[in-house]
Write a new protein. Structure first.
Length: 510
């Protein structure tokens, strides 16, 4: 084999030896045992590849001559992620999903540092195009190996609470909220999808190149990202944060029971502060809003994990006093591993009870708390659930289960490690609690629906509709092609019905 290309760097006298098939390092030479590298020859050339392999081995890296199952990192030069992917498919190599595809710049930095350096977005090769959005999905067609292609659907991404792109997602969430306040649904969705996809990235975006191949980032979104990269802030976000309407709506909707309609009214009437609203004699408040003002300070200070655990004990005790076989599951943000929340959500179901017993539980539980002086506010909504009704087509549809929206008095002594507030003399805190009661047959669907996040749920439904011709809501999954309801005893089974990889609750923070 004649070298056509010389290694651009590296000692000249070693030239011929370097172009020989490089010898694998002996195990004593390997310093970094967690990584197994393979360097792609395509577009790099034989001699440069040989040079880099030798160099990496001398620095203590394990470099394989051939691509095998043990390889963890593929290094390529002048190749896009799609190029590498194509090559891998031709090789018919079964690679694990953990395989990293990296640009040679990463290896060169490692050589400089004499050890593996952190892989960031600029090193990682991204694959363009969105496989999962293909118009004709079939369950047999599993995604190509190796590459972490990013789906346009949050339900095909793993989004933990470890957000590497706060600076961007905070900006997009403010812009989305502003659209929500202005009832601009289209832009709201655009900003929420952008924030959501950025939350799922395993790296921080540091240059526009990092955004290549990522779905849900249109021109408008990219402009904002670019501005934040360059100036550290977005002028549009700054303008929103100073906007009278945004500031007022943000403040008004922070009161429990105040939505867009009431905010709009108060804003038009010229109100700008809560104290002016609270003390105005001409305004009429709902029971919910009265409670919202009464417990305002407690409710805006978020619920901690310790407080949620204490509420969990309280709810379980009360429910099981009436239904000993009941399953009581904490859902919502806390099930997704959040450390704080705006409320605590619970799903209640019982395998052995009659419809009548089931219907009575929330009434009995709230009456008990009322007697104990723990019930500060209660709005109980009866079920409108009909067994054979098709799932709703709307992505944001409310469900039909019996439920109650509560404010409970949580005594500090029930909370482990609680120091706050006790000094001020108040011995309790008002906590928002949601209880949902569901028939035992739909518990898996109800659990999936009430675990959230909202964006994750929206994308699950959108995916079901557009990719699977199915209808999903908090009660059921309906296959429109087969015209049957698909039953499920667990969330895993629902994901399987949808042909989706299972996503754990803590990976649903989309
Ligand atoms: N949900 C629903 N129907 C409602 C209210 C909520 O299906 N009427 C679902 C939503 O999918 C949401 C979950 O229940 O994701 C929990 O709602 P919520 O408490 O509002 O949000 P969390 O994700 O728990 O966030 P937070 O920590 O702020 O409470
Ligand atoms: Mn919640
Ligand atoms: Mn809730």
């Amino acid at each position: 084999m004649e070298p056509l290309q010389l290694a651009p760097t590296g000692p000249r006298k070693k030239r011929t030896r370097l172009t020989d098939t490089p010898t694998a390092s002996t195990s004593e030479d390997i310093k970094f045992r967690d990584l197994v590298l393979f360097i792609l020859e395509k577009k790099m050339g034989t001699s440069r590849r040989a040079f880099l392999m030798e160099l990496a081995r001398r620095k203590g890296f394990r470099v394989e001559n051939e691509l095998s199952d043990s390889v963890t990192h593929i290094v390529a030069e002048n190749n896009s992620g799609s190029d590498v992917l194509e090559w891998l498919q031709v090789q018919k190599i079964k690679a694990s999903s953990q395989l990293e595809l990296l640009d040679v710049s990463w290896l060169i930095e490692c050589m400089g540092a004499g050890k593996p350096v952190e892989m960031t977005g600029k090193h990682q090769l991204v694959v363009k195009g969105d496989y999962s959005a293909s118009p004709n999905p079939s369950p047999q067609k599993t995604p190509p190996p190796a590459v972490k292609k990013i789906s346009q659907y949050a339900c095909q991404r793993r989004t933990t609470l470890n957000n590497n792109n706060h600076i961007f997602t905070d900006a997009f969430e403010i812009l989305a909220e502003n659209c929500e306040f202005r009832e601009n649904e289209g832009s709201y969705v655009t900003f929420m999808r952008a924030a959501s996809v950025l939350k799922s990235l395993p790296f921080t975006i540091i240059s526009m190149k990092d955004t290549e191949g990522i779905p849900c980032l249109g021109d408008k979104i990219k402009c904002i990202i670019e501005e934040i990269i360059e100036d550290g802030e977005s002028s549009e976000v700054k303008a929103v944060l100073n906007d009278e309407r945004y500031k007022s709506f943000k403040l008004f909707t922070s009161v429990f029971g105040v939505g867009l309609k009431t905010s709009e009214k108060w804003f038009r009437m010229g109100f700008r502060t809560l104290s002016k609203i609270r003390t105005d004699n001409t305004l009429k408040f709902t029971q919910m809003q009265k409670a919202g003002f009464l417990y305002y300070e407690d409710l805006v200070s978020c619920v901690t994990r310790a407080e949620a655990d204490a509420v969990n004990v309280l709810v379980k005790e009360a429910v099981r006093a009436f239904l000993p076989d009941a399953f009581v599951t904490m859902t919502g943000g806390f099930r997704r591993g959040k450390k704080v929340g705006h409320d605590v959500d619970f799903l209640i179901t019982s395998p052995g009870s009659t419809e009548e017993e089931e219907q009575q539980v929330l009434h009995k539980v709230t009456k008990l708390w009322e007697k104990e002086g723990l019930l500060l506010y209660c709005d109980l909504i009866e079920s409108t659930f009909e067994k054979f009704k098709l799932p709703s087509r709307k992505v944001d549809a409310l469900d039909h289960f019996q439920k109650c929206f509560l404010i409970l008095k949580l005594n500090h002594q029930r909370v482990d490690s609680c120091k706050s507030n006790q000094l001020q003399g108040k011995t309790w805190k008002a906590i928002r609690v949601d209880l949902v009661m569901c028939p035992y047959e739909c518990r898996a669907y109800a659990l999936l629906g009430w675990t959230g996040s909202r964006q994750f749920e929206r994308d699950l439904r959108r995916y079901a509709t557009h990719e699977r011709k199915m209808m999903l809501d908090n009660h059921a999954l309906y296959d429109k092609t087969k015209r049957i309801f698909l039953e499920a005893d667990s969330e895993e089974e629902i994901f399987a019905h949808l042909g989706l990889e299972y996503i754990e609750p803590w990976e649903r923070n989309a």
